[in-house]
Design a protein around this ligand. Structure first.
Ligand code: ADP
Length: 536
């Protein structure tokens, strides 16, 4: 006996939803084994549901028996296809040949025995609500086989749960949720309701809940908008409440009752709408945040790789350039001395001198590049020795005085007011820092000059290199210590610079545990560069 119109509608909906999902999954990826087995699984499930339904319709018990046997074949096929599905979802697993043959053999034998003999289902006998089945000798082995296949499938599904990615875990979560709903509904119907009602006329309701297993695993395969399980649970709960409220409207005994349940239902719909919207929104945000975090990590890694590649390239290139450049410079210097290669024709002297100067400039650039790459890749170690900062700077000033005189600007090193005791420094590297700062001061000053002050603070020595030249805008000050940065006016005044001097100076000063910074009141108002070095 079927349970009336409601059951017809329910069976129709389940068949429509199940077969469209099966087709959708198959179309999405027809070559994928997981998709194929899933489609078979759904159709076997539908065979089971529909045959069980049809077995209740006819008055003739022969038909009922026939449909019941087909329904049981559907049960076995569902279990077997779930078993095969589990070897391909969410990951591929190895299916041993023996197990495969055993599975196929047993399924074929049981199906043939089921459909062709009365060893599994013996007979259908009439009872007040329709009919009951009488089972044969092989019924329990048959059932045991189905249960075994389902257990094996779940063992498979969760076998590599630990190794699973986040998405795979979510997929498994969906599957498990579907199965739990199916199992709980079956227990409620087959055990609890059966013991209360005393008959199993409702058993099919338990079967129908299998659509949750089908639906949720279908979503898991399609991976279409896999929300967190929390969202799905909320949706199912809201759905169930909706159905219960709706049924109340239909079965309400009085008109007033109907009206009040309709009002409750409407209120519920509004509430459900907002609840679901909020849950989805929250989930979406969480997903977005996760995506952003992942992207950031990837970008950071890429930037690190790139920076490493750049440093590597600089280091190799400058190494390879240095040797031939040194040789060229050596030969040019010998030619210019006119001792070994004889007199240079007058016309050639200037070009050879230019060649020499250009090579020298290239060598300097190469050595700066090499220093930068060595510091960046942490290959450079400081050779610390105790030395007087004043003496280092004094030497540089003597060297650059000629340049200042050429430009008719002053270059003054103020005598410190108090004694500056020697500190631990890498002399050569610190020399490079101040050579660059003072050289810049002269380069970027046309009027006035450059003045250097050394101050002894409590734990530090502070050097100020102040010029009255080009000056810098606030924006420019922020950038001067970054690699390859060159100011606009700098590009006009000193075309040969590459914008590495201050960057290298910053790297060296920081390696000494010090700080370097710049100050300027603006364009044409001069600049001051500060270097703070720890006393140690
Ligand atoms: P380069 O001098 O080769 O361009 P630097 O790293 O030494 O490279 O300097 C970077 C930029 O900082 C310069 O191009 C210039 O714009 C600015 N700069 C450096 N020193 C001064 C200074 N004393 N006055 C004005 N601008 C300066």
């Amino acid at each position: 006996m079927i349970l009336g119109l409601w059951e017809i509608i329910l069976v129709f909906l389940i068949s429509a939803a199940g077969s469209s999902l099966a087709i959708l999954v198959y179309i999405k990826n027809p070559k994928e084994r997981a998709n194929q087995f899933f489609t078979f699984l759904v159709f076997s499930f539908l065979v089971w549901i529909l045959s069980a339904f049809f077995s209740e319709i006819p008055k003739n018990l022969q038909y009922s028996l026939f449909f019941s046997r087909i329904a049981y074949a559907g049960v076995l096929l569902s279990a077997v296809f779930l078993f095969y599905f589990s070897f391909y979802f969410p990951r591929r697993k190895i299916l041993k040949k023996e197990i495969n043959y055993l599975m196929i053999g047993t399924s074929v034998i049981f199906t043939l025995v089921n459909l062709g003999s009365d060893l599994i289902i013996k007979d259908a006998v009439p009872v007040s609500w329709g009919f009951n089945l009488v089972f044969g000798k092989l019924y329990f082995p048959y059932l045991f086989f189905c249960v075994f296949a389902v257990f094996y499938a779940f063992k498979n599904f969760f076998s590599d749960f630990k190794k699973a990615t986040k998405l795979e875990r979510l997929q498994l979560g969906y599957l498990l949720l579907g199965f739990l709903i199916f199992a709980i509904a079956s227990i409620i119907v087959n055990v609890i309701i059966r013991s209360i009602v005393g008959s199993d006329i409702y058993y099919r309701i338990g079967n129908y809940s299998g659509i949750f297993l089908v639906g949720l695993s279908g979503m898991a395969i399609l991976k279409y908008h896999l929300f967190g399980i929390r969202v799905i649970l909320t949706e199912i709960l809201v759905g169930l409440m909706g159905i219960i409220l709706f049924l109340q409207i239909i079965f309400a005994p009085t008109f007033q009752w109907k009206i009040s349940t309709i009002l409750t239902f409407l209120l519920f719909l509004i509430f459900a709408h907002y609840l679901l919207k909020a849950t989805h929104e929250e989930e979406r945000r969480r997903e977005e945040a996760e995506k952003l975090a992942k992207r950031e990590k990837k970008l950071r890694k890429e930037a690190e790789d790139l920076s490493f590649a750049k440093t590597q390239f600089l280091s190799i290139a400058s190494h390879q350039l240095r040797t031939p450049l040194t040789a060229i410079k050596g030969y040019l210097s010998l030619i210019l001395e006119e001792k070994y290669y004889g007199k240079i024709p007058e016309k050639m002297r200037k070009p050879v001198e230019n060649l020499y100067l250009s090579t020298e400039r290239l060598l300097k650039l190469v050595s700066v590049l090499l220093d930068v790459s060595r510091i960046e890749s942490k290959k450079l170690e400081l050779k610390l020795e105790r030395c007087s900062l004043f003496e280092i700077i004094e030497e540089i000033v003597k060297l650059l005085e000629i340049e200042a005189q050429k430009k008719k600007i002053y270059l003054i090193l103020e005598k410190p007011k108090e004694e500056i005791s020697p500190i631990l420094l890498d002399k050569e590297k610190i020399r490079q820092v101040f050579l660059n700062l003072i050289d810049n001061g002269i380069k970027y000053t046309e009027e006035g000059g450059v003045k250097i002050e050394i101050l002894s603070l409590k734990n530090h020595v502070l050097v100020k290199v102040r010029d009255t030249g080009e000056g810098m805008e606030k924006e420019e000050i922020k950038k001067v210590f970054t690699p390859f940065y060159r100011g606009k006016t700098a590009e006009e005044i000193w075309t040969e610079g590459v914008g590495l001097g201050l960057y290298l100076a910053k790297l060296i000063v920081e390696m000494h545990g010090g700080r370097i910074w710049a100050f300027s009141e603006g364009k044409k108002k001069g600049s001051t560069f500060f270097v703070l070095l720890p006393k140690r």
